[in-house]
Design a binder for this molecule. Sequence first.
Ligand SMILES: C[S@@+](CC[C@H](N)C(=O)[O-])C[C@H]1O[C@@H](n2cnc3c(N)ncnc32)[C@H](O)[C@@H]1O
Length: 316
Amino acid sequence: MDAILQGLRAAGEETRLRLLVLCAHSELTVSELLQILGQSQPRVSRHLKLLCEAGLLDRFQEGSWVYYRLANRGSNALLARYLVDLIPDGDDVIARDLDRLDAVRQARSDAAMAYFRKNASEWNEIRSLHVPEKDVESLLLDVLARYQADHQVKLREFLDIGTGTGRMLELFGPEVSYAVGIDNSREMLAYARTMIEDKGFKNCQVRLGDMYTLPVPSASQDLVMVHQVMHYADRPKVVLEEARRVLRPDGLLIVVDFAPHDLSNLKEEHAHQQMGFDLQQMSDWCHEIQFKIIETHSLPGNPLTVNVWVASAVEA
Ligand SMILES: C[S@@+](CC[C@H](N)C(=O)[O-])C[C@H]1O[C@@H](n2cnc3c(N)ncnc32)[C@H](O)[C@@H]1O
């Protein structure tokens, strides 16, 4: 009851209600909120502090930027969503705020698209070397469906390591309750964040982080994906150890990466650290760190073959 009262008191002011609505639509920095609201920084920062203390907003850091979003966990997350949903669609003040938010999001999206266009030809070049992504993706969705049916479970919390443009969030987001993508590139995250917001995936988020030290609590995830990321790792086994740490017992790990190849230009020109992984090598690492391999697949392509490892975390 105390928490609800604190939440209602915090929300009971016009600017703070506007902040809740804005942060329900998008993850926003203070400077973006200032642009939209046209108020002074100390004032807006004080409102944000109160809303965070009341558990209505979450604050998180990405490099030197601090973002705010509507809380989606914790005792007042439901209250926050409920208050936002109560506001009538036609409210003039909110409609004006949302118009300004559109302008902020358009600027973000333009920057993300510029980065994407700059790199797209390089990504397309690599894509042309292996089987179509839709083949890999339908296999992954099939793996998930079979695992859930065979074990009579619903995998709820999904972590995508090295999320890039967020394609795996887009694919698996609708299948789970909550999905987080981690990447160490702010540009990639900006693109993924724009995609998530454009598609209206309210259960998906992205975070800046390193795959060797994931900003994720231990034993908190049901499903971890490492899709086309391992070849960037100079310590692939450490990435698996981190995945094991954050998975719950019985949680599912899916790793997708190239089979061993001899395309040295991927190393020289595309910063790959590893020239693919043998099915057995990855399986051995998995066994060493308390994973049980459930199934493996090889999808032959020309010249790159894509390997898939599916493993479940066993009790230590
Ligand atoms: C080829 S992309 C794959 C993206 C995505 N998983 C997919 O398949 O669409 C590899 C991603 O790994 C990210 N990455 C590389 N090293 C990383 C690290 N140390 N920690 C987190 N992400 C990393 C890159 O920024 C890039 O977005």
